[in-house]
Ligand binder design. Structure first.
Ligand SMILES: C[S@@+](CC[C@H](N)C(=O)[O-])C[C@H]1O[C@@H](n2cnc3c(N)ncnc32)[C@H](O)[C@@H]1O
Length: 228
């Protein structure tokens, strides 16, 4: 590990809004599960999570824009997350937190109905066929999200990857979910200002390569069905 990375890991451990619960703690009962609003944010505002947040540009960017919502970035890579944690700490942002964990474990981090909105920004597309269940918009992941989200939850996806985007559109159709908006090029048709005004590290990389940025949003639960 480089010295810089080591420093960032050490700093992460000092941030009051940076959590890295081990699997044992998650299994035995993460103290903030079901209590993010009351015990951490100390308000009753909506909770928005970003999955695979990397450096947390979306988490911090949206948090600055929406002080009336709470934002939590989730990723495995602490060195990347440090950037967002440092920025939000220095800015004294009360509505930001980060959790370093596997997305597969979110049901241990949040309780049912605790999450109002989910952002997925430039996830790994896992192009090989046998790995489709690893894609964040696969039925397996959508079921994990349903264990923590309220029934009105909306999922946003931004990606450069056309096959992954089409795969996601296919799942939305297959599951009979409401597709609220989609575009194959946010520069032509952004859908909302948030989509184009905040750019992540990976987005900048893909834009430099000339990739078009795609975006969609959909209801996580089928309309008219119960989430039990
Ligand atoms: C391609 S990067 C995108 C990062 C950021 N969203 C961006 O746009 O710059 C994908 C991120 O997802 C994280 N990731 C991938 N699989 C994960 C998992 N199962 N649990 C937690 N994080 C994961 C990686 O560590 C990485 O930071």
């Amino acid at each position: 590990m480089t010295k810089r990375k080591h420093q960032h890991f050490a700093e992460n451990a000092t941030f009051p809004h940076f959590f890295q619960p081990g699997f044992e703690l998650l299994q035995s009962g993460f103290p903030l599960k079901g209590k993010w609003r009351s015990d951490f944010f100390k308000n009753d505002n909506p909770v928005v999570i970003e999955l695979g947040c990397g450096k947390g540009e979306f988490t911090t960017g949206l948090a600055a824009r929406y002080p009336g919502k709470n934002f939590i970035g989730i990723d495995l890579k602490g060195a990347r997350m440090w950037r967002g944690a440092r920025t939000s700490f220095d800015a004294g942002m009360p509505n930001v937190a980060f959790v370093r964990t596997h997305i597969e474990l979110i049901e241990f981090v949040f309780s049912q109905d605790e999450v109002d909105e989910i952002w997925i920004t430039f996830p790994d597309p896992f192009p090989e066929k046998p790995r489709t269940k690893k894609r964040l918009t696969s039925p397996q992941f959508l079921n994990r999200f349903r264990k923590v989200a309220g029934r009105r939850a909306v999922v946003h996806l931004k990606t450069d990857n056309t096959p992954f985007f089409e795969f996601s559109l296919g799942i939305i159709e297959e599951q009979n979910l409401d597709l609220l908006f989609h575009t194959f090029d946010v520069d032509k048709n952004p859908g909302s200002d948030d989509v184009v005004s905040i750019r992540t590290f990976y987005e900048e990389m893909f834009r430099e390569k000339g990739e078009r940025i795609k975006y969609l949003r959909f209801n996580l639960f089928p309309s008219g069905k119960s989430d039990s």
